[in-house]
Write a protein that binds this ligand. Structure first.
Ligand SMILES: Cc1cc2nc3c(=O)[nH]c(=O)nc-3n(C[C@H](O)[C@H](O)[C@H](O)COP(=O)(O)O)c2cc1C
Length: 215
């Protein structure tokens, strides 16, 4: 009698395990199917940083949509701890690039070099509120919303730390920084170049070992 009970328990356990595995397999298959043909995921996975653009700036109506997507990003306590400036004025971009070239003469040796913003004709400058410890996260999420919404409309972008660092650390660039009219208490953190892509770069590999599930 005891051995029959043991056998029945064993069978039930096996059935349970099998069932669990089946459920897991089904849910994995469902996840794979859900991501296939999912426009948001496809947009995210196909995005690349673009460093070669067609000459025309992104029209302002389209930029409005991109900016609205940006400010609808999640942000700490809805403080919206950012200030955003859009520049599509060639005089600003080219004038500042001349300052940059003087400091970095090698950059201009590249025959493809047109300007210091990876040759884009529209640049968004993002400043964060220094008084809020999470403002850099707010600004990062704002930027990603802009980048992805732009990509979904065929507009390329490149997140740029270098030019912002140049502007905040080079006295010769001070006039341009001033033109951005960033309020007291905020600092220029980074910029994003936007434009119509003139290249189709391959995906850069990512290291999936950087994420783990902790049981
Ligand atoms: C905070 C930050 C700063 C960056 N600064 C620069 C930069 O100064 N110049 C540049 O060409 N790309 C810059 N990038 C773009 C990265 O090089 C790019 O995102 C990365 O190589 C991955 O390539 P992908 O965007 O095509 O996937 C920056 C990206 C981030 C997030």
């Amino acid at each position: 009698m005891k051995s029959i009970k043991l056998m029945l328990t064993g069978i039930s356990l096996l059935l349970l395990c099998g069932c669990g595995m089946q459920v897991q397999k089904e849910s994995e298959a469902t996840s794979a199917n859900e991501s296939k043909g999912n426009a948001v995921i496809e947009n995210m996975m196909s995005r690349r940083s673009i460093r070669k653009y067609k000459p025309q700036a992104v029209n302002r109506d389209t930029m409005q949509i991109i900016l609205n997507c940006g400010i609808n990003a999640p942000n700490g306590q809805n403080k919206q701890s950012w200030e955003i400036r859009v520049v599509d004025n060639p005089e600003f971009i080219n004038g500042l690039t001349e300052v940059y070239k003087k400091q970095n003469p090698k950059a201009a040796e590249d025959p493809n070099f047109k300007n210091m913003f990876r040759n884009a004709s529209t640049v968004v400058f993002i400043a964060n509120d220094k008084s809020y410890d999470l403002s850099q996260i707010d600004c990062g999420l704002l930027g990603e919303n802009m980048i992805l919404s732009a990509w979904s409309m065929g507009i390329g972008s490149c997140c740029l730390g270098g030019p912002a660092r140049f502007m905040t650390s080079t006295p010769e660039a001070a006039d341009y920084l001033k033109k951005l009219d960033i309020p007291e208490g905020y600092q220029l953190l980074y910029c994003i170049a936007f434009g119509y892509p003139d290249e189709t770069p391959a995906a850069k590999p990512r290291n999936a070992e950087k994420f783990r599930f902790i049981d």
